[in-house]
Ligand binder design. Structure first.
Ligand code: GDP
Ligand code: MG
Length: 309
């Protein structure tokens, strides 16, 4: 399946809901102020956020008035363009360091997909003949390091882990040294999402960041906040907490496959101003895609009709 096809399939729940509603709101002969109220409500329901939904609808209304557009298809295109524009304002590619290792730190709440994303990221590199190493900084549960170890074998990367309950910053320190000594191209740092208190977790993360920055100049090159794309507005609250604590540089939006709340991408860009860098569209190693604002917007409004491709 091509990249766009995969994204379109992943967003099909969201887009089927949106298109059905929008087509109903814009049925021929019925385009009026209520149509736009309906569309705004639909956008809010897929978690685009109140602010962005308002902006999108205002702009489309303006253009409708100014350009006297009556064609529903054209109006849908305008909505799609506006969404793409919002997503583009923050869009930035994933940073890669000129002097290896490139270091990616993954943060986020439990179950959001950090460990899986770490493996997927490493797979991108190892499948291109580059070398990768993982730091198992989720020392909160033994199972966390084991899970990363299983992935590491599949991906073909080394892993640095300590005992359960040990200091994550010590793991980060060892991993940074191993990455430098063994000239690895990539270091992925997996972290915990749950501790006894939120304050502890944030302090621990800050310490991990400090250690990495001290041992490898310029690192971490990305602090990626992993957000579960099915959790809707909750993701925004998480994003604020993590951003304040560790200065997130980008978002990985996971589990888009099966999400009916794919509009959250628009809220992340529009309300938080954070760039979405990658999207997770499945559980496989290959199911991590670069974020493309225009493609995402197109898939969001594609509906489930094959003639929309
Ligand atoms: N469908 C789907 N499942 C995902 C995706 N990313 C992660 N998962 C699943 O989400 C669950 C939690 O992932 P995990 O990486 O352990 O989360 P962590 O607690 O943040 O490390 C696992 O069952 C993963 O297979 C994705 O993009 N799509
Ligand atoms: Mg994990």
């Amino acid at each position: 399946m091509g990249l766009f096809e995969k994204l379109k399939a992943s967003l099909s729940k969201t887009s089927a809901f949106l298109r059905e509603g929008i087509d109903r709101a814009l049925r021929p002969g019925a385009i009026g102020p209520e149509s736009f109220e309906e569309i705004e409500a639909l956008l809010i329901q897929v978690d685009v956020g109140v602010k962005a939904a308002g902006e999108i609808v205002e702009e489309v209304k303006e253009r409708l008035k100014r350009e006297k557009i009556q064609d529903p298809g054209r109006l849908v295109s305008l909505i799609e363009e506006k969404v793409a524009a919002i997503l583009s304002t923050t869009s930035k590619p994933l940073r890669v360091s000129d002097s290896p290792p490139t270091v990616y730190l993954l943060v986020g709440v439990n179950g959001s997909g950090k460990t899986t994303t770490a493996a997927k990221l490493a797979y991108r590199w190892t499948s291109q003949g580059k070398t990768a190493i993982a730091a198992a900084c989720d020392t909160f549960r033994a199972a966390a390091a084991e899970q990363l170890e299983v992935w590491s074998r599949r991906v073909g990367m080394e892993i640095i882990k300590h005992q359960e309950g040990s200091d994550p910053a010590a793991v980060a320190f060892d991993a940074a040294h191993a990455a430098l000594a063994r000239r690895k191209d990539l270091l992925v740092v997996d972290t915990a999402g749950r501790l006894h208190t939120k304050k502890n977790l944030m302090e621990e993360l800050r310490k991990v960041v400090r250690v990495i920055a001290r041992e490898i100049p310029g690192a971490p090159h990305e602090i990626l906040l992993v957000i579960d794309g099915t959790t809707g507005q909750n993701g925004l609250i998480q994003a604020r907490v993590f951003t304040e604590a560790v200065g997130v540089t980008g978002v990985v939006l996971t589990k888009l496959d099966g999400s009916a709340k794919g509009g959250i991408a628009v809220a992340i860009a529009g309300e938080l101003g954070l760039p979405i860098k990658l999207v997770g569209v499945g559980e496989g190693l290959d199911d991590l895609k670069d974020f493309d604002p225009a493609g995402f917007a197109k898939a969001l409004f594609a509906g489930d009709r094959s003639d929309q491709v």
